[in-house]
Write a protein that binds this ligand. Structure first.
Ligand code: UDX
Length: 432
């Protein structure tokens, strides 16, 4: 099948590369000339484990190419994916200008029937708007389908190639057949392709992300309660997670969720609800709790140093919002950096992938270190922000030697409380 993917951001590039891997011919289109040049010369423009191998192979086999020319890119394409940014506007609602601009441009240049697929996370009703924008100038028949993506950064290739389910919103039989064929190689193990109307598909994406953000936030509140009651959130997690109705996953308490999806989608769903006169109360609480949770460890560190962090040096391990990504959007580390600097502390940070991105935002207000131990040089305490595997079994003896105080504040519950006590650390974690 010939496919076009408009937008070579995170979702677009993974989608394009993976569909090339299943034997389609994919042309990715982007208005950013520099980015397209890089992609054409074989450079992957995002950090995503496992993507590079597929990317290189499919370019080599001439199934994957790139252009800035929309008309050229969509020529003969049976399916055209829109993987464009939908950044939150000032009021929290998703900004559709990029999607609608491309939809407007598509109308006059479509030469054959095509399925236009909304892959971006878009508010309910967007498929209708995209349809109207294309129809205004279209000379041929087309369908607009909603096909939300559920990729997690860091494991996106695997999520794409072996999805738990594929959700497709369309009421057109023709589009349904084409989408079914396209996804057939990815669901051979029997995972379902679920067909529904466009609006339900659009809402499914928001509901999934908001539900997961709520699940995490619920556990964060249980953790906070554990601290007050003297219970252990790890035990409570195991205790409830074994109930299959609840499930084991996404029950890990910590310093809040971040990233490009959960914060944006929870906010957008709350806003869409408000727009139709519904007060989605639980989502407002989720956002509130998550905001305070991000800097929860600040209370402990301030308490330890009797509210005086002036001149203290704090080592930060981890900057990305989660491991295996260089993404720092809404990362708890950024909020802690702000809070520490504001309190007069100095910060020495290390992250295996995200340092350049932090440097772009924070500049030289903090010190960037070569590795996790260098970050400890002259530090008064260690704070852990991201659960990179390299931080899980460190040399505690070395940590103790380097730190001025044996103080660890762990936002990801990496270590056993008893072990830390035995080793002589003052150890704060979340909910234990
Ligand atoms: C998420 C969704 O999982 C994915 O389906 C959607 O397409 C995009 O948004 P992603 O943002 O890549 O993916 O990360 P994810 O692994 O879901 O983690 C999100 C945040 O929740 C991270 O900040 C993570 O640290 C936090 N989290 C996750 C917890 O705090 N506890 C958990 O138990 C799980």
């Amino acid at each position: 099948m010939k496919i076009a993917v408009i937008g070579t951001g995170y979702v677009g590039l993974v989608t394009g590369t993976c569909f090339a891997e299943t034997g389609n011919h994919v042309t990715c289109v982007d208005i950013d000339e520099k980015k397209v040049q890089k992609l054409q010369s074989g450079v992957v423009t995002i950090y995503e484990p496992g993507l590079e191998v597929l990317f290189e192979r499919n370019i080599r086999q001439k199934r994957l190419d790139f252009t800035t020319n929309l008309k050229e890119g969509i020529k003969d394409a049976e399916v055209i994916f829109l993987a464009l940014p939908t950044p939150p506007g000032e009021d929290g609602s998703a900004d559709l200008q990029y999607i609608l601009k491309v939809a407007n441009d598509l109308g006059p240049i479509l030469e054959n029937y095509a399925v236009v697929v909304d892959k971006s996370t878009v508010p309910v009703g967007t498929a209708e708007k995209v349809h109207a924008a294309i129809a205004a100038n279209a000379k041929v028949e087309f369908d607009v389908v909603s096909n939300p993506e559920f990729l997690r950064e860091g494991v996106a290739v695997d999520d794409f190639m072996k999805p738990d389910r594929v959700v497709i919103g369309t009421r057109s039989d023709k589009a349904k057949k084409i989408m079914e064929n396209l996804y057939a190689p990815l669901v051979r193990q029997g995972n379902p392709v679920i067909f529904m109307d466009e609006k339900s598909a659009e809402l499914t994406k928001y509901a999934a992300n908001s539900f997961l953000a709520t699940k995490i936030t619920f556990m964060n509140e249980i953790a906070n309660l554990c601290e007050l009651l003297g219970a252990d959130v790890d035990m409570v997690r195991k205790g409830i997670g074994t109930d299959t109705r609840i499930g084991k996953r996404f029950l890990f308490a910590g310093i809040g969720y971040g990233g490009s999806c959960f914060p944006k989608d929870v906010q957008a769903l709350a806003k869409s609800s408000k727009d139709v006169g519904y007060n989605f109360k639980i989502l407002n609480s989720v956002m509130d709790v998550n905001t305070t949770q991000k800097t929860r460890l600040m209370d402990h560190i301030k308490g330890y140093f009797k509210n005086d962090l002036k001149g203290k040096t704090i080592a930060l391990w981890g900057l990305a919002f989660k491991p295996y990504t260089d993404d720092i959007r809404e990362a708890p580390a950024l909020y802690n950096i702000d809070a520490l600097l504001e309190a007069g502390a100095k910060v020495r940070a290390y992250d295996p992938e995200a340092m350049e991105n932090v440097q772009d935002v924070v500049g030289d207000k903090i010190t960037y270190c070569e590795d996790e131990y260098e970050a400890l040089e002259g530090a008064d305490a260690l704070m852990i922000m991201t659960e990179w595997p390299v931080f899980r079994t460190p040399e505690f003896k070395l940590i103790k030697e380097k730190l001025k105080n044996p103080l660890i504040l762990d936002g990801r519950n990496l270590y056993e409380v008893d072990q830390m006590k035995e080793l002589g650390f003052t150890y704060f974690s979340i909910g234990r």
